[in-house]
Design a protein. Structure first.
Length: 105
């Protein structure tokens, strides 16, 4: 294992411990002899790579080839849910549906 990977894992565990402590950063850092600025720098660095509840994530999409219809449409299947998007769709409504699904998934 490289030194960079070990260092990242060390800081991930430190950040998890800090967040689980419920303490303010200054208190936790003093108790654990950690430089507060380093803690914040590593949190920013690692948080930019971690998905959050509100961040978009990739989902597997299966595309079935279907014969062309008079009105072209796209079927989006997420788990047991299916969304059909037809030509002339309301983009605002689709965005609302996607946001709702993101909060559920």
């Amino acid at each position: 294992m490289s030194i960079q990977v070990e260092r990242r894992q060390l800081w991930e565990s430190r950040i998890d411990a800090f967040r689980a402590s419920g303490q303010k950063a200054a208190e936790w850092c003093a108790e654990n002899q950690i430089n507060r600025r380093q803690l914040y720098n590593w949190m920013r660095r690692l948080d930019s790579k971690r998905p959050t509840k509100n961040s978009p994530s990739w989902v597997r999409v299966k595309v079935d080839q279907q014969p062309q219809e008079a009105s072209p449409s796209v079927l989006i299947k997420i788990g047991s849910a299916t969304i059909e998007v037809k030509s002339g769709y309301d983009a605002s409504l689709l965005a609302d549906v996607v946001r709702t699904l993101q909060t559920i998934c």
